[in-house]
Design a protein around this ligand. Structure first.
Ligand code: BTN
Length: 243
C-alpha cells in the first residue's frame, strides 16, 4: 500500500484518474487530502466535507482480473468493507442505500464514487473514492447527513479510522473473485436500506411510485417489486429512493 498525503487538492478521484491515464499507478496507491476544493459525488453532484474534520481519499486498485460486466462487485465489496470498519467502531444501525451510500440510523455518513479505467473494452483499474464524515458537527443544507462524532458523541482519531477502513478495503478487494461473488452479493443485499419494505421512488420527471426493494442485479440495477407482483430493474439514472 502506498499512501500519498496532500493538504489540499481539487478532488482525490480526479487526481488519481488523471495519473492513471498516463501511467498505471502501483496497485493500492492511496491519495488522501485534508481538504478538497471540488470534491465530486455521484451523478455529477458536489461532495461537501468540512476541511480537516473528515476523511476524503481515493484508492487505485488493479482490477484487470474482472470483466467489465463484473464492475458492480467492486462497489459491493467496498460498501461492505466500510460497513465492516464501522462495525468495529460500534456505529449503530448500518445500512447501504443503493447503490453505495453508507447510512447509520437512516443518515448518510459515507459516500463512494467509483470511476473505472477501461481501455480497449477491458477493465484495467478502478479509482475508488471515499468520503467518510468523521468529526464534522454541522451539516448546513444536508438534513440527511451525519458523522461518526454526531452519532457516538465522541471525537474520533481520523488516522485510526482511516487505517481500519483501508485494512477492510484491502481485505475485501484481495478476496474478490468469482468464487465469492455470491456471498458478497448476499451480504450486500442483507444490508440494503429498506430491503423488502414498501418504499417511495421518484423518476427524473418527478413521477412518484412505490415498490419493494427485492435486491440488485449483478450489474448493479435495483430490482423492485411493483404492483401485481411485477419485478422491474432500474439503473441509477432512472430512479431516486426518497427517504
Ligand atoms: C457520493 O455519495 O455521491 C459519493 C461521494 C464520494 C466522495 C469522495 S471524497 C474522496 C473522493 N474524491 C472525490 O472527489 N470524491 C470522492
Amino acid at each position: 500500500m502506498y499512501i500519498i498525503k496532500l493538504d489540499a487538492i481539487a478532488s482525490t478521484n480526479t487526481y488519481l484518474k488523471e495519473i492513471s491515464l498516463s501511467k498505471t499507478p502501483k496497485d493500492f496507491t492511496v491519495v488522501v487530502a485534508d481538504k478538497q476544493t471540488s470534491g465530486r459525488g455521484q451523478m455529477g453532484t458536489h461532495w461537501q466535507a468540512e476541511a480537516s474534520k473528515n476523511l476524503t481519499f481515493s484508492i487505485f486498485k488493479d482490477v484487470s482480473f474482472l470483466n467489465i460486466s463484473q464492475q458492480f462487485f467492486i462497489s459491493m465489496a467496498v460498501a461492505m468493507a466500510i460497513v465492516d470498519a464501522l462495525n468495529e467502531f460500534q456505529i449503530p444501525k448500518l445500512s447501504i442505500k443503493w447503490p453505495n451510500d453508507i447510512l447509520s440510523e437512516n443518515k448518510k455518513i459515507a459516500g463512494i464514487l467509483i470511476e473505472n479505467v477501461i481501455k480497449q473494452n477491458k477493465l484495467l483499474g478502478s479509482v475508488i473514492g471515499i468520503g467518510l464524515n468523521v468529526n464534522q458537527k454541522i451539516f448546513n443544507d444536508l438534513p440527511n447527513a451525519s458523522s461518526l462524532h454526531l452519532i457516538k458523541g465522541v471525537l474520533f482519531d481520523k488516522d485510526e479510522v482511516f487505517h481500519i477502513v483501508l485494512k477492510y478495503i484491502e481485505e475485501r478487494l484481495k478476496s474478490l473473485n468469482s468464487e465469492n461473488f455470491r456471498s458478497i452479493k448476499q451480504q450486500y443485499e442483507a444490508h440494503l436500506f429498506r430491503i423488502k419494505k414498501p418504499s417511495t421512488f421518484k423518476t427524473p420527471s418527478n413521477q412518484m411510485f412505490s415498490g419493494f426493494i427485492e435486491g440488485v442485479t449483478d450489474d448493479g440495477k435495483l430490482k423492485l417489486r411493483l404492483e401485481d407482483e411485477i419485478i422491474k430493474e432500474f439503473n441509477l439514472k432512472e430512479i431516486q429512493l426518497l427517504y
